[in-house]
Design a protein around this ligand. Structure first.
Ligand SMILES: Cc1cc2nc3c(=O)[nH]c(=O)nc-3n(C[C@H](O)[C@H](O)[C@H](O)COP(=O)(O)OP(=O)(O)OC[C@H]3O[C@@H](n4cnc5c(N)ncnc54)[C@H](O)[C@@H]3O)c2cc1C
Length: 338
C-alpha cells in the first residue's frame, strides 16, 4: 500500500492503518462501484467503523440518512417529517452491543425516547433491534430488556416494532416477539419480516394467526442462497405475495419499501380488493425518496418515516450505500467539500 495512505492526520489526532484495515480499504477501492456484498462486508468491519465514526468529513455525509447523534436532533427531524404529513419511527443506532451494561444503556435510551415523544407531542413510535438489547449475549437478557421498553410503550399507548436482523437470529427474534405478543396487545408490539428469505411467507402466515402487526421489507443483510433468494426478481415476487397476504388479513401492517413497483402493486391490490387507505401504512427510510414520501402522504396514504440517530451510525449508513451504489458518488463528491 502507498506509504502516504498508511497514516495521516486529521483533527482528532493521527490514525495509523492496521494491516487488516489497509486490506479492507483496498477491497473497498476495488469493488465499491459494483458490489452490494462488498459494502455489506465493509459495514461489518470493526476497524473501519472506528475510523469512519471519528473522521469528520465522512461523518458529515451521514446527515443524508441519519438524523443526528442525539434524541433532541432526532426530535427536530421528526417535527419536520410530521409537518409534511408523515409519522415516524425512532431508531437508536447501536448494533454492536457486547456487554450487559451496554444493553442497560440502550433500554434507558429508549425509555427516554418514549418520554420525549410524549413531552413533545410528536407523531412517532419506536423501532428496536434485539441485538441492541443483548441477543448475541443471551436471548433471555434481550427478552427482558425489550420487555421493559414494550411495557413502557404500552403504558403510554405507543408501539414498539422489533426490527429483523441477519438470518442467524430470525428464529430467536420471532420467538421473543411471540412471547411479547402473548403478554402485550396487538397494538403494543409488532415485528418485521424480509421477503428475501424463503421462510418468510410461512412465517407471515403463522404470525397472522396470533394475530400480529407485521412490517414487510425486502431485507438488508448479506444472506447465502441456502436461506435467501439470490435473484432480485424472486425477492420482489415474494414481497408482493406477502404484501397481499398482509393486506388481506384485515390487520394494520407496514409496507416498507422505496420501490415504485412494490408501491404500485400495493396500491393496485388495495384498490382492487376495496381495502381503504387507512388500513395499512407505507414506510420509508429517512433521507430516501423524500419526494415519494410526501407525495404518498399528500395522496392520502399513511406514510411512516424510519428515523435513525445516534453515534453508532456506521453499519446502518453502509447498508444504505449498499442498497444503491449510486449513493457512493454522492459520498465521494461531498467527502472533501467544506
Ligand atoms: C421503514 C423501513 C424499515 C426497514 N427495516 C428493516 C429491517 O428491520 N430489517 C431489514 O433487513 N431491512 C429493513 N429495511 C431495509 C429493507 O430491507 C431494504 O434493504 C431497503 O428498504 C431497500 O429496499 P427497497 O424495498 O427500497 O427496494 P430496492 O429494490 O432496494 O430499491 C428500489 C428503489 O428504491 C430506491 N432506493 C432504495 N434504497 C435506496 C437508498 N439507500 N438510497 C436511495 N434510493 C434508494 C432506488 O430508487 C431503488 O431503485 C427497512 C426499510 C424500510 C423502508
Amino acid at each position: 500500500m502507498d506509504a502516504s495512505l498508511r497514516s495521516f492526520s486529521y483533527s482528532n489526532g493521527t490514525v495509523t492503518f492496521a494491516p487488516r484495515l489497509a486490506k479492507t480499504v483496498r477491497l473497498f477501492c476495488r469493488d465499491y462501484m459494483v458490489t452490494r456484498s462488498a459494502l455489506i462486508y465493509l459495514s461489518q468491519q470493526e476497524e473501519l467503523k472506528d475510523f469512519a465514526t471519528r473522521f469528520r468529513p465522512f461523518k458529515k455525509l451521514t446527515t443524508r440518512f441519519v438524523a443526528g447523534e442525539t434524541v433532541d436532533e432526532a426530535v427536530k427531524a421528526i417535527q419536520k417529517i410530521n409537518a409534511d404529513g408523515c409519522s415516524a419511527s425512532f431508531d437508536h443506532l447501536n448494533e454492536s452491543v457486547n456487554s450487559s451494561d451496554e444493553t442497560g444503556a440502550e433500554v434507558a435510551e429508549y425509555l427516554q425516547i418514549l418520554e420525549q415523544i410524549d413531552t413533545t407531542g410528536i407523531d412517532s413510535n419506536v423501532s428496536i433491534k434485539l441485538s441492541q438489547f443483548g441477543l448475541e449475549i443471551d436471548s433471555e437478557l434481550a427478552f427482558k430488556n425489550a420487555r421493559l421498553v414494550v411495557e413502557d410503550a404500552a403504558r403510554r399507548g405507543n408501539f414498539v416494532r422489533i426490527d429483523m436482523e441477519g438470518s442467524k437470529v430470525t428464529q430467536a427474534t420471532i420467538d421473543i416477539f411471540k412471547r411479547m405478543r402473548a403478554e402485550f396487545g396487538l397494538n403494543d408490539v409488532g415485528i418485521v419480516l424480509q421477503s428475501y428469505l424463503y421462510r418468510t411467507f410461512e412465517d407471515a402466515r403463522q404470525l397472522l394467526t396470533l394475530p400480529a402487526r407485521i412490517r414487510i421489507c425486502k431485507g438488508a443483510y448479506s444472506e447465502p442462497p441456502e436461506v435467501a433468494y439470490p435473484d432480485k426478481k424472486d425477492v420482489d415476487e415474494n414481497y408482493i405475495r406477502v404484501m397481499k397476504l398482509l393486506l388481506s388479513s384485515g390487520g394494520y401492517h407496514g409496507i416498507a419499501t422505496h420501490d415504485p413497483k412494490m408501491i404500485g402493486a400495493t396500491i393496485e391490490f388495495a384498490q382492487k380488493e376495496g381495502i381503504g387507505k387507512e388500513a395499512f401504512e407505507f414506510q420509508m427510510l429517512y433521507g430516501v425518496r423524500r419526494d415519494l414520501q410526501t407525495k404518498l402522504a399528500r395522496d392520502g396514504y399513511n406514510m411512516r418515516v424510519y428515523v435513525p440517530y445516534g453515534k453508532h451510525w456506521y453499519p446502518y449508513f453502509m447498508r444504505r450505500l449498499a442498497e444503491r451504489p449510486a449513493n457512493i458518488w454522492f459520498v465521494m463528491k461531498n467527502m472533501f467539500k467544506g
